[in-house]
Design a protein around this ligand. Sequence first.
Ligand code: ATP
Length: 270
Amino acid sequence: AKAQLFDKDNNPKVTFKDVAGLAGAKQEVEEIVSFLKNPSKYTELGGKIPKGALLVGPPGTGKTLLAKAVAGEANVPFFSLSGSDFVEMFVGVGASRVRDLFRQAKEKAPCIVFIDEIDAVGRARGKNANMNSNDERENTLNQLLTEMDGFGSNSGVIILAATNRADILDKALLRAGRFDRQIHVELPDLNERKEIFGVHLRPIKIDDSVDAELLARQTPGFSGADIANVCNEAALIAARNNKKFVQKEDFMNAVDRIVGGLEKRTTVMT
Ligand code: ATP
C-alpha cells in the first residue's frame, strides 16, 4: 500500500477548526498561512519569507493535521512524503524522489511540502552501522538540503517537517535558511483533551450520558490520535451491541481498551 511515495492533495479540506487545542502552535503557523495567501505583503518591504518550520512533538499530537490545516486555510496544494519511506530504497531513488517532489512543488507554488518523520532521513550523519542504507539515506538528506538551498525564500514553497526527535537531527538541517524555526506540539492538557473530544464527538451519535469534560478527566496522557481512537472505538462497541446511540459506558469500555494498548506500548519501550 506504500506504492505512492508522495501524496499531492490539491484540495485539502482540513482547516484550523479541525485542530483542537494547540493554541500556541496554531498561532505560529497562522503567520505561514498569511505568507502563502499574500506573499507580496511581506516581500515588498524587503522581507524574506522563511523556507520552512519543524513541528516537534510526541506521536499522535496533530503535527500532520496541523500541516494539512495550514494548506487548507491558505487554500494551497499539499505535497507530502514520509522520511521512513526512504529507508529501504534502492540507491539513487530517494534523491530522485526528493528532486521530483520539489520540481512539482515549485510548479504549483504557492504550496506546502510536508515531510513526516524527517528524522528517518535527517538523522545526524555517520552513525549507522549498515553502510549501504546509510549511504542512501545520506544521499537523500543531501538532496533535501540542496533543494532547500536551491529555491529562493520567496518562491512560495513552504516546507513543514515533523519529528518527535529534534535532538537527533543533523545540524545542517537546522541551519539558518533551512528549518530554522521550531514549533512545539505537545500532548494535550485537560482542557485541550476536552476540546479534542469536542471535535471527534461531532460525527458520533451520542446520548445525554456522554460528557466531553468527564472523558477528558478519564484520559490523562492520551494524545489527540488516542482520543480519536476512543471515539471511533466507542461507536463500534455501541454498534456491536445494536444500540441507536453511543453511551458513556461504550466510551468507558473504549478508554479501557486504549489504555490496555498504551500499557503494552510502554512495556515494549522500557
Ligand atoms: P505522528 O508523529 O504519529 O505522525 P502526528 O503528530 O502527525 O503523529 P496526526 O497524524 O496529525 O499526528 O494525528 C492523528 C490523528 O489524531 C488526526 O488525524 C486526528 O484525527 C487526531 N488528532 C491528533 N491531534 C489532534 C488535535 N489536536 N485535534 C484534533 N484531532 C487530533
